[in-house]
Design a protein around this ligand. Structure first.
Ligand SMILES: Nc1ncnc2c1ncn2[C@@H]1O[C@H](COP(=O)(O)OP(=O)(O)OP(=O)(O)O)[C@@H](O)[C@H]1O
Length: 542
């Protein structure tokens, strides 16, 4: 704790990234230089007139407030550009981060010009072979934060001077395995990789998600010999157990939404993955290894907006001296306490001595631009309140969360009956129905997507301007992930929790745990009205 509390006082600061200097056991001292950062006071840079200008990490120069390509083609078929008002960009360009030329070209072609803060912090750390836990708020660009350094080292866009596959450089094995807890998230990651690879190289990535035809996936693995596979834990473990996935020489293992992957459902599959991916033949997992032998194994990258103690513990046992990479800090995970509430009730819950740390972590999980409200109503009026809320905020792309599938169908029926275009999305639907619904939602044919926890993680719909909790989430971690479906990459977003009177105390508890004001409101005469008596209490939270 003492070590951790030192972090905020460290003077090292470059592009808003702070480091805690420590002597690493196996990597030598952890310094800016060791992570690929040049010091501001480096003598060689002193006299250069073309030195890149420094600016505060939160202050965005006008040139960087840019229109980002929107994936959504609205019903009218018009591509809409969304203005990013307070994008969390920090470094000047991807070039500064040491990515290879071909990858830089593809980034530019896809309209990715400026790295986000977490990308600026994570890319050099991963390029320097560190195992990392990446924690940054929802929609801050964590996917590219790990994809870019991986694509720099494996697959067709890699830096040609880097060794392709193990020591020999021969293409025999999978080189990177990316695990995600849902097929939607898995497929989204695959789309992101394919975008950069382009049509001619798209076979370098293969999806292995559940619910799709397994023999077709196995056939594609055999035929295409992809460098990267992305999948759900069950399907990856299944194909691996059948001897059809050769991952022993794998260089990277990514566990996206790591806290979710640690849940009981995935335990067996995750065990197999962690034991087999990147274990070179002859390596005995039970034997203690030298530092060199350890680094010859895979690099482990864990990612989530929320990092409860269970993740810290898992990272310590699965990773090798991992670093915790946040938008403005890079610190050794060792300096973090690993005890406390070990379950998914989260970093924000729990007790006394760790409360400062938990508040710090809570800060990291929600996009700062989000506005949070709650509205009290009777159970039978919830859907009507949702409809009035959508009209009052003039929201066009809305995700409404519920906990129960049958009630979720009722809500869709009621909304449609009142002339509001709505659709359901949950695990009971088939793969085709799920992807068709998502497509319709993204292209604007559906205004309200009524869904459950399935969509709370990773779902990236840039246009989503409102998240509504028709049922309250089970805890503040689930609140954070649901809320994060809106306000992506610095855009504006609103979260409204519609609850009954006896549930208000749950909202208040989450408000405290997340350290964000959640204001009481009503929807009257087509407007959102904030309760006046709330103001004083909210001052205390702020
Ligand atoms: N540097 C960048 N410039 C422009 N757009 C970017 C950049 N980095 C990421 N994006 C886009 O921002 C969106 C959000 O990114 P991403 O899904 O990786 O966020 P995330 O932090 O993983 O969110 P979550 O925690 O919800 O999974 C994506 O559409 C992605 O393509």
């Amino acid at each position: 704790l003492h070590k951790f509390s030192c972090v905020s006082r460290m003077p090292w600061c470059h592009n808003g990234v702070r480091f805690l200097s420590q002597v690493g056991r196996h990597h030598g001292p952890l310094t800016l230089a060791s992570l690929g950062y040049k010091s501001e006071f480096e003598p060689t840079n002193k006299n250069k007139s073309n030195k890149p200008k420094k600016h505060s990490p939160i202050e965005i120069p006008k040139a960087k407030v840019k229109a980002v390509r929107s994936d959504g083609i609205k019903a009218a078929g018009v591509k809409k550009s969304l203005e990013i008002e307070s994008a969390p960009f920090a470094a000047n360009s991807f070039l500064e981060l040491g990515l290879p030329p071909l990858l830089l070209e593809r980034l530019e072609r896809e309209g990715f010009n400026v790295p986000t803060e977490v990308q600026s912090a994570a890319i050099p750390s991963i390029l320097k072979n560190h195992d990392v836990v990446i924690q940054s708020y929802t929609g801050s660009g964590k996917t590219l934060a790990y994809l870019l350094p991986i694509l720099s080292k494996v697959g067709p866009l890699k830096d040609k001077s880097s060794n392709g596959n193990g020591e020999s450089g021969k293409k025999t094995d999978i080189e990177a395995v990316i695990v995600a807890p849902s097929r939607e998230l898995g497929m989204q990651i695959v789309r992101e990789i394919k975008k950069l690879l382009g049509p001619s190289d798209k076979k370098a990535v293969q999806q292995l998600v559940g619910g799709a035809n397994r023999s077709r996936q196995e056939e594609a693995l055999r035929k295409n010999k992809p460098a990267i596979v992305v999948g759900t834990p069950g399907r990856i473990a299944e194909i691996s157990a059948a001897g059809k996935l050769h991952t022993h020489g794998c260089r990277f293992l990514v566990l996206d939404e790591i806290d979710e992957l640690l849940s009981f459902n995935f335990r067996e599959a995750m065990h197999r993955i962690v034991e087999h991916v990147g274990r070179r033949s002859g390596a005995n997992p039970r034997e203690p290894k030298s530092a060199l032998a350890m680094r010859a194994e895979r690099q482990t990258i864990m990612v989530s907006a929320t990092v409860p103690f269970s993740v810290i513990r898992a990272a310590r046992s699965w990773g090798h001296d991992p670093l915790l990479v946040q938008a403005k800090n890079v610190i050794p995970l060792e300096s973090m306490p690993a005890t406390g509430p070990g379950n998914l009730s989260g970093p924000m819950s729990g007790s006394s001595s760790n409360s400062n740390l938990q508040a710090k972590q809570a800060d990291q999980s929600l996009p700062p631009a989000l506005k949070h409200y709650y509205c009290v109503t009777k159970l039978q009026h919830k859907v009507d309140t949702l409809r009035r809320c959508v009209h009052a905020l003039d929201a066009q792309t809305v995700i409404a969360f519920m906990n129960n599938t049958r009630q979720l169908k009722d809500a869709v029926f009621k909304l449609e009956a009142r002339g509001m275009k709505a659709a359901e999305l949950h695990g009971d639907l088939g793969k085709l129905a799920r992807s068709t619904t998502l497509k319709k939602f993204k292209n604007g044919e559906v205004r309200v997507l009524v869904t459950n926890e399935l969509s709370a993680r990773g779902l990236d719909v840039a246009e989503c301007d409102l998240v509504v909790n028709l049922d309250l989430p089970t805890d503040s971690i689930h609140y954070a992930h649901r809320a994060g479906r809106t306000g992506r990459l610095g855009r504006r977003g609103t979260v409204v929790s519609i609850c009954e009177e006896p549930e208000v105390f749950v909202v208040k508890k989450m408000q405290k745990q997340l350290a964000v004001p959640i204001q009481a409101c009503e929807f009257t005469e087509g407007r959102l009205v904030i309760g006046k008596e709330e103001e004083k209490t909210l001052e205390a939270v702020r």
